[in-house]
Design a protein around this ligand. Structure first.
Ligand code: GLV
Ligand code: MN
Ligand code: MN
Length: 426
């Protein structure tokens, strides 16, 4: 940032309103509120649409134009002095985990919105347009995998790939998306895809490091890789009281053997690998019926591409040999996001913004995946983390204070302003 640009960036950061941002977050947290201060707001539901209408109203107050693309990604845009220039982009997601908190995802959208409001209030004029996006279905908890909106937008996977994926109630993604787009038919449509000048996503850390190290800001250097699998084991449901043990085709017992073998496969003395079976369903799910079908998910993560590839590629063989011949096994991989290093200039811009605002920062990788991992395929990208109290996330107790959130948004504002060329005002 040159000094005149720095002044503009600082003026924009200074116009970030901590109280307004907090009030918006708390208003949104009432939509889908669950006990313990949590939120359950799934993608493409009526609750999602209610929350989006609030965001849209606030964005219009800030002088932004609204649009929606074919993946239902929601876009808020404020023009710069050069409408032909590629936009500087920020955003995150608005869907939550089933037992989620008030900040995961929605903070990045509200922070972007706060920058739009700060632009409106401060009179700072950027050369480039500033856009805020709310990506569709990042969590992957209603429709797996996550990051569908950013995958489709970035061209990583075609949108039509997701049509047949069903939620736990059997609703197809394609149908939920059509219903959603019909409910937002009053909003202008924009093409799916684009080439922003840069993307910066603000997010809560979701881990304990910033708090433990007394830092205000995490300058995110990259994201570890993730692979998701679904394993379906099919045996035969039969009477629990009459079927001899030797002839059973018990899908749950086979799943137990498979999971034990996977635990052995995933052992990592360095404790860098993350292996989670977060969902397991048993059919027919009756005490006195042998399990005929079991389906479970695998979430596997590691910062090293070769390590992740080796362990992930061994999943199928490990499960098949543990299950044996009596039951059928089907394994699908629904998500494969390789580890990513963020753009060095964007990372340096976040550092410069944190320094200019006299905030303590540390550089750190992200253990969680984020839409930024997909956006980075088409635009120089980076992320800003703010502390998570006790490192808790994907839990109703997730908490970050208003001042901590505002500090992250000020860094976001200053970093976005630097990329949007405040120095070249007409
Ligand atoms: C995102 O929610 C993740 O699971 O990392
Ligand atoms: Mn998130
Ligand atoms: Mn999440």
């Amino acid at each position: 940032m040159r000094s005149d640009g720095m002044d503009q960036a600082r003026a924009l950061a200074d116009a970030v309103d901590e109280g307004r941002q907090w009030d918006r977050l708390m208003t949104l947290a009432r939509i889908g509120a669950i006990p313990g201060n949590g939120v359950n707001r799934q993608a493409l539901t009526a609750l999602d649409r209610e929350a989006r209408r609030l965001i849209i109203g606030w964005a219009e107050d800030a002088g932004a134009q609204i649009s929606v693309d074919a993946a239902a990604n929601l876009w808020l845009r404020k023009e710069g002095t050069d409408p032909a220039a590629a936009a500087v982009l920020t955003g995150s997601h608005m869907d939550s985990q089933p037992e989620g908190g008030r900040f995961d995802g929605i903070y990045g959208v509200v922070a972007g919105l706060e920058v739009l409001s700060a632009l409106q209030d401060s009179g700072v004029r950027l050369r480039r347009p500033l856009e805020v996006v709310a990506w569709t279905n990042e969590e992957g908890s209603r429709f797996a995998p996550g990051c569908m909106g950013s995958m489709a937008w970035s061209g990583y996977r075609p949108l039509a790939d997701f049509d047949e994926i069903a939620d736990p109630q059997g609703v197809r993604f394609g149908d939920a998306l059509s219903e959603h787009l019909a409910a937002e038919a009053d909003l202008p449509r924009r093409p799916l895809g684009g080439r922003p000048h840069a993307y910066i996503e603000a997010h809560i850390e979701q881990g304990p490091r910033l708090e433990l190290e007394g830092a205000h800001i995490g300058v995110v250097t990259g994201i570890q890789g993730s692979r998701w699998f679904t394993v379906t084991i099919t045996g035969a449901s039969a009477h629990a009281g009459t079927t001899p043990m030797a002839v059973r085709r018990d899908a749950l017992q086979a799943a137990v053997r498979a999971i034990q073998a996977l635990n052995d496969l995933m052992a990592d003395p360095l404790d860098r690998l993350r292996f989670t079976i977060g969902s397991l369903t048993v059919e027919p799910g009756s005490s006195n019926s042998i399990a005929g079908r079991v389906r479970f998910t695998i979430d596997l993560r590691h910062p090293d591409a070769a390590f992740l590839a080796a362990r992930g590629d061994a999943v199928e063989g490990t499960v098949r040999s543990a299950v044996g011949q009596a039951e059928d096994v089907a394994i699908t991989e629904s998500f494969n996001a390789p580890p990513l290093e963020f753009d060095h200039a964007v990372v340096a811009g976040v550092v410069a913004a944190a320094e200019a605002l006299s905030l303590r920062w540390i550089a750190m990788p992200s253990g969680a995946f984020h839409d930024a991992q997909l956006v980075a395929r088409v635009a120089p990208s980076g992320m800003i983390f703010v502390p998570s109290h006790d490192g808790v996330s994907h839990n109703p107790a997730e908490f970050t204070t208003g001042p901590q959130l505002a500090a992250g948004t000020r860094v976001l504002a200053a970093a976005l302003a630097a990329h949007a060329d405040t120095t070249i005002l007409s």
